[in-house]
Design a protein around this ligand. Structure first.
Ligand code: PLP
Length: 476
């Protein structure tokens, strides 16, 4: 994984409302170099949360290649595990151990797992598995998925059709499956609640919307409802009010449909304290575990190309009673090198107590961000809409008066400008332009490794604050 290149892909969300890219490729555009018009600086190596560029410059990686890298670069234990695995390449020992590890991390929620090669493929496999499950249990009429607006579940055709990310869908809209995939509102209270609406009323309205969608499609025809417990790429780390997932999953249960959670970005310890975002006292889903879950980024921590789907007993049992075989196989799935790397990453998380550490990072990061960005003398204070997150996953959303938006940020968007300024100041972050709804709500995402030190957190906050202020001084 190239952390810097991965971020460039995320920032392709620099959009105008018609879904087209704002920036034209510059004259230095070199199509052979990579997949994006933005040619990133080249990192030659990494040490913990720092990346070292070709000219020796050290920059701090505050986002871990889009929330992938969870233990920093160059961890000796993982490097050794991959070297050892090379000597016995085709052994499937690590995949068996890793599967057992994942199942046992789930407090009994899951009984099987299937490895794939990344997040998009995990969601693609989750879609196929959900459909196949109903085929196995003699309900082949079920053919509809319900997902949410402003969601991102991956870039393959199935996962993209499930997603509602207008910019990423735009070029492919004609070939996406419009029959099978349907959408309801996202659960983002602070931006989308009606005036005077309480959290309870807001949740009740969204639950009614899901109920109505089931009725519209015919409840007996719905395969499942898919959602990210914590929404990353499209909303900058937002989560639903309490009670939402309990009520949404109850609707699914009432009609025999499945709950599919996409924890590709927010799972595997990213939210701190527990392995899964739905788990533990800080559950983001009211403690509700899914029928099928996708994980990826933090599973391999960037050391291996890997994703997985986790199946509960209902789904696993359905498959076992039927054909016993998930019709989803790719040549490189469960590649031994990726498995060995991921197993070692998970060992490091356990041995170095990094779930707890990630929880503590969240507390320190939040305190420092709030003080630095919204404190009494903070230049940025009037423009901060929200600072939210948990563990090692944080979003900062901006807002500007209409006339300021119009004057300064109608073409060159704020999120992208802050990302570029951060790179100049020696920090890698994600800045999402055209933010939440294609017009406003630009945000930045921070997702450092779980073992970032307090000094390094301060370095991140100082550089992020300076970058926001640099852009504000040049514009507003
Ligand atoms: N699902 C979610 C929630 C994601 O955030 C992403 C990527 O950002 C994906 C799926 C796709 O994962 P990948 O980029 O590994 O294919």
């Amino acid at each position: 994984m190239s952390p810097i290149a991965d971020i460039s892909a995320q920032n392709e969300a620099s959009v105008v409302p018609n879904g087209k890219h704002v920036e034209k490729p510059s004259s230095s555009f070199t199509p052979l170099l990579h997949r994006t018009p933005w040619v990133p600086p080249v990192a030659v190596t990494g040490e913990g949360v720092h990346l070292i560029l070709e000219d020796g410059t050290r920059i701090i990686d505050a986002v871990g290649g889009a929330a992938v890298n969870c233990i920093g670069s160059g961890h000796p234990k993982v490097i050794q595990a991959v070297k050892d695995q090379l000597d016995k390449l085709l052994s499937n020992q690590p995949s068996e151990k890793l599967a057992a590890r994942l199942i046992s991390s789930s407090d009994g929620a899951f009984s099987q797992c299937v490895f794939v090669s990344g997040g998009s493929e995990a969601m693609e496999a989750a879609i196929k598995l959900a459909k196949q499950y109903f085929w196995e249990v003699d309900q082949p009429q079920r053919k509809y998925f319900i997902a949410r607006h402003q969601s991102y579940h991956g870039n393959t055709l199935g996962a993209l059709a499930l997603s509602h990310h207008p910019f990423r869908r735009a070029p492919y809209e004609d070939i996406l499956n419009h029959k099978a995939f349907h959408y309801v509102s996202p659960a983002y209270y602070k931006r989308y609640a009606r005036a005077g609406e309480s959290e309870e009323q807001y949740v009740a309205r969204l639950v009614q919307e899901l109920e109505d969608k089931f009725q519209e499609l015919g409840p007996e025809n719905v395969i499942g409802f898919a959602a990210e417990p914590v929404v990353g790429a499209t909303q900058g780390v937002t989560y639903a009010p309490k009670g939402y997932f309990a009520a949404m999953s109850a609707v699914c249960r009432k009609y025999g449909a499945l709950l599919i959670l996409d924890e590709v970005m927010c799972g595997m310890g990213r939210m701190g304290t527990s392995m899964h975002a739905w788990q533990g006292p800080n559950s983001y889903t009211d403690g509700v575990s899914p029928d099928i879950q996708a994980v990826a980024k933090g599973l391999g921590g960037g050391y291996g190309s890997i994703g997985a789907i986790l199946l509960n007993e209902r789904v696993a049992g359905g498959l076992q009673q039927g054909s016993k075989y998930l019709q989803h196989g790719h040549t490189y799935q469960a590649h031994p090198l990726a498995m060995a790397a991921s197993l070692a990453v998970q060992d490091v998380i356990e041995e170095e107590n990094l779930l707890e550490k990630a929880g503590r990072v969240g507390t320190v990061l939040q305190q420092q961000l709030e003080q630095s960005l919204t404190g009494p003398n903070a230049l940025s204070a009037p423009y901060i809409f929200d600072i939210r997150g948990g563990g090692c996953f944080w979003g900062i959303e901006f807002q500007f008066p209409e006339e300021v938006e119009e004057k300064w940020f109608s073409k060159q968007r704020f999120g992208g400008l802050v990302q570029a300024a951060a790179m100049e100041n020696g920090a890698v972050i994600i800045g999402m332009s055209g933010g939440i709804d294609g017009k406003k709500g630009d945000f930045i995402i921070l997702a450092p490794a779980y073992n970032i030190s307090d000094e390094e957190i301060t370095e991140v906050v100082t550089k992020v604050t300076k970058s926001i202020e640099d852009v504000l001084k040049r514009t507003v």
